[in-house]
Design a protein around this ligand. Sequence first.
Ligand code: GAP
Length: 455
Amino acid sequence: MPATSMEQLVSLCKRRGFIFQNADIYGGFQGLYDFGPLGVELKNNLKAAWWRAMVYERDDVEGVDCAILTHRKVLHYSGHEDTFSDPMVDCKDCKCRMRADTLKDGKCSECGSTNLTEIRQFNLMFKTNVGPIDDGESFGYLRPETAQAIFVNFKNVVDSTSRKVPFGIAQMGKSFRNEITPRNFIFRVREFEQMELEFFVEPGTDLEWHEKWKEARLKWWQEQGLSMENIKPVAIPKEDLAHYSKATYDIYYKFPHGLEELEGIADRTDYDLANHSKNQSEFKISAHVHDKNVDSNSKLALYDEEKKEWFIPFVIEPSAGVERGVLAVLTEAYTEEKLENGNERIVLKLKKHLAPIKVAVIPLKRNNEQIMAIAHKIKKDLLKLGIGRVSLEDSGNIGKAYRRHDEVGTPICVTVDFETIEAEPASVTIRDRDTMRQHRVNLIDLPDYVKEFFS
Ligand code: GAP
C-alpha cells in the first residue's frame, strides 16, 4: 500500500466534511481552516481521549481552562515578547517572504534567486487592542501557547487543591501564531489548538520525569492508532532548544509531507515560575531570569516542610497540537483497498473511540413505515448508551451508504431490512467496517452488542 498523500487527505476531508479552507468563498484566509460536521467530532474525540488519559485516569493532575487574551506582562516576563520570533527574509525578485531557515543553499525557496534582504526577526504573536481606548498602550496578545496561563495560575491551583509535587495542571485550547509561512494543510496554521500539561516536580527529579512522560506520550499516540514505525522520538540538540528549555524530546511523525514534529516534551526547569515570581533573589533559581520581575505580586513557589525552605518546582511539559494529531490520525487511518470483486474502496481505519460516527443505522427502504419506525427507535436506544454520534442514514441506497461510512470511518452499520419486520425474532444486519463481514443480531440484543463493541 503506497503511503497516504496530502492530496488524498485534503480531498477526502473536503468531500466528506472533515476540514474546509477558512473563508474559501472569498479565496481563502491563509493558514486558517474550519472543521466541518465530521471534523469537529474527530477533533473532539481526540481531545476527549487526551483529557481522559491526562486528567481523569490520573490522580496527580488537575485541569483548567483559561482566557485566550493574555496580559502583555505575562508574555513579557515569559520571554515571548523578546524571543518568540522566527528569522525572516524577503526575496527581492519574486517578492515572496519566507523563514530564513527554509532557504535552500542561501537561495529563495520559490524562485532560486540569491537577491534577498537581510535576515530580521519577526515576532509571531498576534497583538490586539483591548478595551475601548486605542492609545497604543492598552493591548494584549492572543496566547501563543496555553502554558503561560497555567504558570500564572499556579498559586491559585495549589491554594485551592492543596497539591504537592509531583502534580500537573492540564489545559486544552486555542493558540495563535502569526506563522510566516503556514503550509502543509493543517500542519502549520495560524490558529490551532494545543493539549498541554505542565507537570511540576521536585528539582533534581526532572530528568527522570522527562523520560517517564516521553514513554507515556508515545504509548498514548499508539493508542490513538499511530504505529511505532511512523513515530520517532528525537532529542533536540542543545543549540536548537527553545529559550525556556533545558532538554526537549520531539515526537516526530511520518506525515505525508515528511517526518515532522507532532508533540514536544520539554524540561522547562524553573524558568517560567521563577520569571513570573517577585523577589527572585530569595530562591535558588537554576534558569536565567529573563527580566527581573518588578510587576508580579506573587511567589510561585512551594514550601519544603523538611528542609524548611521555599523552592520553585521544575516543570516537564508534554505539549501536543490537536490539528497535527488529527492529521497524523487521518494519515495513518486512510486506506485504499482492492476488493476481491475487482472494485476499490477507501476506508478510514480509525480507532473506534475516534470515529466521528459510531454507528450508522440504515433502513433498507425509506418509504416503508415499519422499517423507518424501527430504525428511529434503534437510533434513540443506541444514543442512550452514550457512545457518541449515531446517525440515521436514509439515502435509500445501501451500497452508497456503506461506501460513505467506510470513507468516514464508521465502525459499524446496522441495517433494518424486511427480515427485521417479517421474521421472528426480529433481527438486524451488522456490517463491520474493516472486514466488511455481515451477520445478524437479534433486535433485543442490539444495545448490549453495541455497548460491548465500543467498550
Ligand atoms: N508550550 C510549548 C509549546 O508551545 P511548541 O513546540 O511551540 O511548544 C507545541 O508547540 C505543539 O503545538 C507542537 O508540537 C505542535 O503540535 C503544535 N503547534 C505549534 N505550532 C503550530 C502551528 N503553527 N500549527 C499547528 N500546530 C502547531
